[in-house]
Design a protein around this ligand. Structure first.
Ligand code: 13P
Ligand code: SF4
Length: 351
């Protein structure tokens, strides 16, 4: 059945020619990744989506990525997500109603949040939250550009509201020498985020209480144990990991950064990697001939279950429909929302 799906993908792509481009995130499973025209982390894929001339942008990734492709591409281009259930559990930890309530409650303590707080949304968020940032003088960031974006945000206003990933926000603030006590967690399920007025007034960064279910598995104890057995080895992690993991890693960065760093490293080096398993397994195979070993950080198997939903069957089905002239699984952000979200994304791309 799998072999059949592979053949169907190849045949449908031949029929489509250059009318369709396949953009693939690094967490995609091997049997999908092999069909990619272009691969990347979220920032690279966003830029590629804004540059392609293809009629169909078939996004092998998760929902927010396909939304970004739709927002940054031209109106006549069509973004497709082969399985609409491919969401991101972290992105779902913030929604517009909760962020608007947070803004209102902050306004009760700080008078005018539009004058004192820059909202920064991680690209792992729904389009309406990017639109919120566009409307309120805020910006989008990715795991690659978060430090520069934080500088930009503080150049506008004295405080930052960072959502939905507390870990990326905390690590980035830490690298910018913001004291840990001035980075407080905003719990959206409590009134005033569970904070006192003084805690809100003294904060530099309000960190939304969100996290990635995959990266939360990585613990500092995994690194400690591995280093005892590999004293000359290197540890590299994605910044969605917690602060202790980031502090104990030799390198921290995006999926693209992780791949480039290990590929560019000297032969016969040993690596422990704190990011999703599909990426780590593929990388381990690719660098094996150079004598490099690449090991996954957690003792348990943890893939991103939503990235995994894009399988050869869904991809074959979507491509065949496109080749037959049926647009299926189109991701289309409403015009007004897309305009405001584009503002926040373009601010990011300009920084
Ligand atoms: P990157 O932008 O680093 O690829 O990260 C996206 C993501 O979802 C990581 O979990
Ligand atoms: Fe979202 Fe985490 Fe999956 Fe990345 S790995 S897409 S943050 S759930």
């Amino acid at each position: 059945q799998d072999e059949q799906a592979q053949e169907r993908i190849v045949a449908a792509r031949e029929r489509l020619g250059d009318r369709a481009v396949l953009l693939c995130h690094h967490y995609q499973r091997a049997d999908v990744y092999r069909h990619a025209d272009l691969t990347g982390d979220s920032l690279k894929l966003a830029k590629l989506a804004s540059q392609t001339d293809a009629e169909y942008i078939v996004f092998c990734g998760v929902h927010f990525m396909a939304e970004v492709a739709d927002i940054l591409s031209r109106p006549e281009q069509v973004a497709i997500l082969p399985d609409l259930a491919a969401g991101c559990s972290m992105a779902d930890m913030a929604n517009l109603a909760k962020v608007e309530r947070c803004w209102r409650e902050l306004g009760e303590v700080l008078d005018d949040p539009d004058a004192s707080i820059t909202p920064v949304t991680y690209i792992n968020s729904a389009a309406d939250l990017k639109a919120f940032c566009g409307e309120h003088g805020g910006i989008v960031c990715t795991s690659t550009n978060a430090p520069k974006i934080l500088d930009w945000a503080f150049a506008q206003r004295e405080k930052v509201l960072f959502f939905p990933d507390q870990h990326l926000g905390r690590w980035t603030g830490y690298k910018k020498d913001i004291p840990l006590e001035q980075m407080v967690v905003w719990d959206p399920d409590q009134e005033y985020g569970g904070l006192t007025p003084d805690e809100i007034r003294n904060a530099k960064i309000l960190l939304w209480k969100g996290h990635c279910s995959v990266h939360q598995m990585f613990q500092e104890s995994h690194i400690r144990r591995w280093r005892m057995q590999h004293p000359d080895g290197f540890v590299i992690s994605h910044p969605e990991s917690n602060l202790e993991v980031c502090l104990n890693s030799d390198h921290v960065g995006s999926t693209e950064f992780i791949i480039n760093t290990i590929k560019g490293a000297p032969p016969n080096t040993q690596w422990l990697v704190g990011t999703e398993l599909n990426l780590v397994s593929r990388l381990a195979e690719e660098v094996k001939p150079e004598g490099k070993t690449v090991q996954f950080m957690a003792p348990t198997v943890c893939m991103c279950s939503t990235m995994q939903r894009i399988d050869p069957q869904h991809l074959a089905w979507a491509l065949e429909n496109l080749a037959d002239g049926n647009v299926v699984n189109r991701i289309s952000v409403p015009v007004h929302e897309a305009e405001l979200a584009r503002l926040a994304l373009e601010r990011m791309l300009a920084v």
